[in-house]
Design a binder for this molecule. Structure first.
Ligand code: ADP
Ligand code: MG
Ligand code: MG
Length: 209
C-alpha cells in the first residue's frame, strides 16, 4: 500500500472485510462471557464505515481515521463502539493533516489509540480486555521500528503480539466490562475485544504488504 490516504482507506476496507468474515466467531466469543453482540456490533460499524468511505473518501490518513471514529461512535453501541471510536479519534488527532503515514507517524497513532482506549475504559494489562492485545502490540511495534522495520513489518509485529495477547486473556479473570460479572467463570474463554483488536491489526498488516 501507499501510506497516503488511499492506502489507509484500503487498509480500513480490508479491516471491514475481516470483521465481516469473523462476525460469527466474535459473536460466539461474546456469547460465552458477554451478551453475544460483539461481532454484530463491529460488523454493523465497519459496514457503515465502508459506506461512508464510498460516499466521500477523505484525502489525508488522519481524515480517514476520523471518519472511522465518528462512524463507529455513532453506529456501534455497547462498550466496544466508544472504545474503538476513541482509539481512532485519538489516532486521527495525532496525525493531524500529515499526508503520509510513515513509521514514526504509525507509532504515534498506535500509542494515541491505546491511550484513548485506556483513558475511556480505565482497563490495565491483565484485566482481560482489548488492552491485553493492544499493549503488547504497541511494544512489538516499537521494537520492530527500532530494528528498522517498515510500516508493513511494524504492523505485522504488532499483529503477531496482539494474537499472543488475545490468547493470554483465556487464562485471565476479567475485571472490566460485562465479562467481569462472571468473574472466575469466565476463565477459559478468550476476550472478544482482544480477539477483534488482533484481527484489525492483522488486516492492517496485510493491507500494508
Ligand atoms: P458490550 O460488552 O457492551 O456488549 P461489545 O460486546 O461490543 O460491548 O464489546 C465487548 C468488549 O469490549 C470486551 O470483550 C472487551 O475487550 C472490551 N471492553 C469492555 N469494557 C472495557 C474497558 N473498560 N476497557 C477496555 N475494553 C473493554
Ligand atoms: Mg457484547
Ligand atoms: Mg452489548
Amino acid at each position: 500500500m501507499t501510506c497516503k490516504s488511499e492506502g489507509v482507506a484500503a487498509a480500513v476496507r480490508a479491516a471491514a472485510a475481516v470483521v465481516a468474515e469473523h462476525r460469527a466467531e466474535l459473536v460466539e466469543l461474546d456469547r460465552a462471557i458477554g451478551d453475544g453482540d460483539h461481532g454484530e456490533n463491529l460488523n454493523r460499524g465497519f459496514t457503515a464505515v465502508v459506506a461512508a468511505l464510498d460516499a466521500a473518501e477523505p484525502d489525508t490518513p488522519g481524515g480517514v481515521l476520523k471518519l472511522v471514529a465518528t462512524t463507529l461512535i455513532s453506529k456501534v453501541g455497547g462498550a466496544a463502539g466508544p472504545l474503538y471510536g476513541t482509539a481512532f479519534l485519538r489516532a486521527s488527532a495525532k496525525l493531524g493533516t500529515t499526508a503520509e503515514l510513515d513509521v514514526p507517524a504509525l507509532l504515534d497513532a498506535l500509542r494515541a489509540g491505546l491511550e484513548g482506549v485506556q483513558a475511556r475504559g480505565k482497563a490495565v494489562e491483565g484485566d482481560a480486555t482489548m488492552v491485553d492485545a493492544l499493549i503488547p502490540a504497541l511494544s512489538a511495534a516499537e521494537k520492530a521500528a527500532e530494528d528498522g522495520g517498515d510500516v508493513a513489518a511494524v504492523l505485522t509485529a504488532a499483529a503477531d503480539a496482539a494474537d499472543r495477547g488475545a490468547e493470554s486473556t483465556v487464562e485471565l479473570v476479567p475485571r472490566k466490562g460485562r465479562a467481569s460479572y462472571l468473574g472466575e467463570r469466565a476463565v477459559g474463554h478468550m476476550d472478544p475485544g482482544a480477539r477483534s483488536s488482533a484481527l484489525l491489526l492483522r488486516a492492517f498488516a496485510g493491507a500494508a504488504r
